[in-house]
Design a protein around this ligand. Structure first.
Ligand code: DX5
Ligand code: ZN
Length: 229
């Protein structure tokens, strides 16, 4: 399981330091939630937030996972790529031309991701599954941190897992929204490769929260190890 802490819940007065705590605790990716007040009813930050993490990326190799909740993201992909984004994920609902948008992301040397809102049919991913690097399930309606996980998401994760496994896709399956110690095992069980967690990580001692997520994600494996030793 890869962990992608969402910096939306980090302390922006000390963003780099707070993000570094997550990386030091083993977070492989940092998830950067970009909102435009148009595609979603909230405004967060733009390419400058990615740029602010660029030196942390240089030092540690952490992957900057940029989630664009913006209308017509193709207009801004160059800016996010220049700022240092490694993965750029866009919403199928927000793109006029998905093919061109994915092409632009790749042309700028970034990995491409596609996601969809909880009430958008997974069929919309089918056509793209072999060409994307990340397929992401939104398990909350995008727009805000600290919402509750939508229970129907588990079925969607399993369906997307099957879609990936029955294709030639190399896409990683990422799950975003409402993930915490209480549901992470179920989410991994359904087939997630990467989990995003904002409020569950930045709400306390970051290293402790990450350790807790990992231990809840693999209780069976851990028990097996404990019995063997
Ligand atoms: C929702 C964002 C999520 C969210 C994650 O619009 O895309 O990344 O902030 O935050 P938590 O983990 O608090 O649900
Ligand atoms: Zn997100």
């Amino acid at each position: 399981m890869l962990i992608a802490p969402s910096i939306l819940s980090a302390d922006f007065a000390r963003l780099e330091e707070h993000a570094q705590e997550a990386v030091d605790a083993g977070a492989e990716w940092l998830h950067i939630d970009v909102m435009d007040g148009h595609f979603v009813p909230n405004i967060t930050f733009g390419p400058l937030a990615v740029e602010a993490l660029a030196s942390l990326k240089q030092r540690t190799g952490v992957v900057l996972d940029t989630h664009l909740m913006i209308t017509e993201p193709i207009r801004y992909i160059q800016q996010f790529a220049d700022a240092g984004a490694d993965i750029i994920t866009v919403h199928v609902e927000a793109c006029e031309d998905i093919r061109q948008t994915l092409r632009q992301i790749r042309a700028l040397g970034c990995k491409s991701g596609l996601t969809l809102n909880p009430d958008t049919s997974l069929d919309h991913l089918d056509q793209w599954i072999n060409e994307i690097d990340v397929a992401m399930i939104m398990s909350v309606y995008p727009g805000f941190a600290a919402q509750s996980y939508i229970p129907d998401s588990s079925q969607r994760i399993s369906q997307l897992r099957a879609m990936i496994d029955h294709s030639d896709s190399h896409a990683l399956l990422e799950v975003d929204g409402g993930v915490g110690p209480d549901n992470v095992a179920e989410i991994i069980d359904c087939g997630a490769d990467v989990i995003v967690a904002g409020s569950a990580i930045f709400s306390g001692v970051v290293s402790e929260k990450i350790r807790q997520l990992r231990s809840h994600a693999a209780p069976v494996a851990q028990q097996d190890r404990a019995t063997a030793s």
